[in-house]
Design a protein around this ligand. Structure first.
Ligand code: 5RP
Length: 230
């Protein structure tokens, strides 16, 4: 009798990255997100590069990876509505609401998602949750507003900390020149209401709850294979 080892998280990411190729629309510019799961998607996308004019990217890191594979990258302002946006998530619930921003790219991710008709989320099964908030919610903020916002989150029961750059060089600075607060201790029962409320606080650039820009499709990597949630 043979028994195969369970797939690792990296293998699940590669599996869903490849599965997302089925959602690429030939002839259409594609929206591309950020993160290790998206990196698997970009690597697989190289096979289809002659079928699409190129991509709109949500980060400097994804742009560099796309270009290295010979996939043209367009400025978001130079193109119209996109058919599909493919991106990962830090958490996703049963309605397609997500927490995003673990890779600090949430603002551009939300912009490209809003420019796209269909959000295809690719994630391994560990990202599926009943209620958002176990993963600290990333919030991109204007630096001078950070401590004011820490106090606002504390008043709703959250503990916000300023994300630090790797290597101990101080606060992380995003592609947009802003900072990130990571807010722990919140259970987001109403993702749409939470996103709407926090987005209005002065100094908030982007809250990493994606409810207005929720996923229409989620390709979830499970030990049994790719599960498609719609
Ligand atoms: C980056 C993101 C990523 O999509 C999210 O952090 C998931 O990343 P990974 O695929 O590496 O787990 O929102 O800002």
């Amino acid at each position: 009798m043979t028994s195969s080892a369970p797939l690792t998280q990296d293998q699940l990411k590669a599996l869903v990255g490849r599965a997302a190729l089925a959602y690429v629309v030939p002839g259409e510019i594609l929206g591309v997100g950020t993160g290790s799961t998206v990196n698997c998607f970009i690597d697989a996308l190289a096979e289809l590069k002659d079928k699409i004019p190129g991509a709109v990217s949500s980060s400097e890191a994804s742009t560099a990876r796309l270009k290295a594979l010979g996939i043209p990258v367009f400025d978001a302002n130079a193109v119209g509505e996109l058919a599909v946006y493919v991106d990962g998530a830090d958490e996703i619930d049963g309605q397609g609401h997500m927490v995003k921003g673990g890779g600090a790219a949430l603002t551009r991710e939300k912009i490209v998602a809003a420019q796209s008709r269909r959000f295809v989320c690719i994630a391994d099964a560990s990202k599926k949750v009943p209620v958002l908030g176990r993963f600290p919610i990333p919030v991109e903020v204007v630096p001078m507003s950070a401590q004011q916002l820490v106090r606002r989150f504390a008043a709703m029961g959250g503990q916000a900390t300023l994300r630090q750059a790797k290597g101990g060089s101080g606060a992380l600075v995003t592609d947009n020149g802003q900072h990130i607060l990571d807010v722990a201790g919140l259970a987001i029962a109403d993702p749409l209401g939470f996103e709407t409320q926090v987005s209005q606080w002065p100094g908030v650039v982007t809250v990493g709850v994606f409810a207005h820009q929720r996923a229409q499709v989620c390709l979830l990597g499970t030990p049994e294979g790719v599960q498609t949630l719609t």
